[in-house]
Design a protein around this ligand. Sequence first.
Ligand SMILES: [Fe+2]
Length: 318
Amino acid sequence: MGSSQESQLRVEPLHPTFACEIHGLDLSNGITDKEFEQLQKAVHQYGVVVVRKANLPDDHAHVDFSRRFGEVEKSKYRNPHMRSLPCPEIFDISNLDEKGEVVTHSNEKRTTAIRGNALWHADGSFNPRRTYVSCLRAVDIPPKSMGGHTEYADARQAYEDLSEEKKAKIKDLVAIHSFYHNRKTANPDSPLFKDINVMDMPLARHKLVPIHHPTGRPMLYVTSYAHHIEGMAIEEGQTLLRELSDHAKQPIYVFEHHWESPGDLAIWDNTAVLHRATSGDYEGKHRRDMRRTCVMDSSPDAYGLNDPDLAKNQASSS
Ligand SMILES: [Fe+2]
């Protein structure tokens, strides 16, 4: 617990338009209301907040901390190729198998998921109720020179920089999202996905340009789960999605976070930024034990154009 209720946390910007590091926040004994207020404000303003050595002691503390942001999603789907972890709210983002050993390329179920997460996305955009904040905690990381970084794209700035003509053309469009579209794109030859027709699977409808309500800034919600645009020929919609995605992932909008130590924490707002995992030489060799919680969105765009009843049974799987 922070000793002084009056203390201001030090916020250091990490990129010209978004992302910051917060210094002096040790979460090993929880967080004060005052500290949380400053942290949430930074998450909204910067989209991404890095806390080095946040030191959340375990999965339970990680979940309790995440609850400060709202309703924490449960990982209903944990396949037999994954470790058993004590809290259903913890999503296993590690490269470890059910025995806690580093996965190899022969483990199709896990490697296809890892490749999917390497495409630009917002967590949970394929769900009827989308994800607000994600909290990703490093438990074990590979040697620094061997990759495994996380990249973020400033999707609010990317929207702002579009021409007025383009903004007018896309502002009222709706994208149709599918979990399987991401997996098929990332793994075109995998027997797990190649015979799946995305249109036969659960689909979610979300605005292409939702407003980030805490700041009032629109964002480009162009995630790799977005399959096509409602009311447009499939090809035409996919071409537009590709064009907008290429725009948003330009180096000028990207910040790459290098994990430094176990205990480091990254918190991002999926209703403001996009992100992706990057590959590295560590794969197949070194442990990368990352654990994530997701907080459900409660903003006016939380359910997009979906029936809120559908969200009651949404299968969270990524
Ligand atoms: Fe993700």
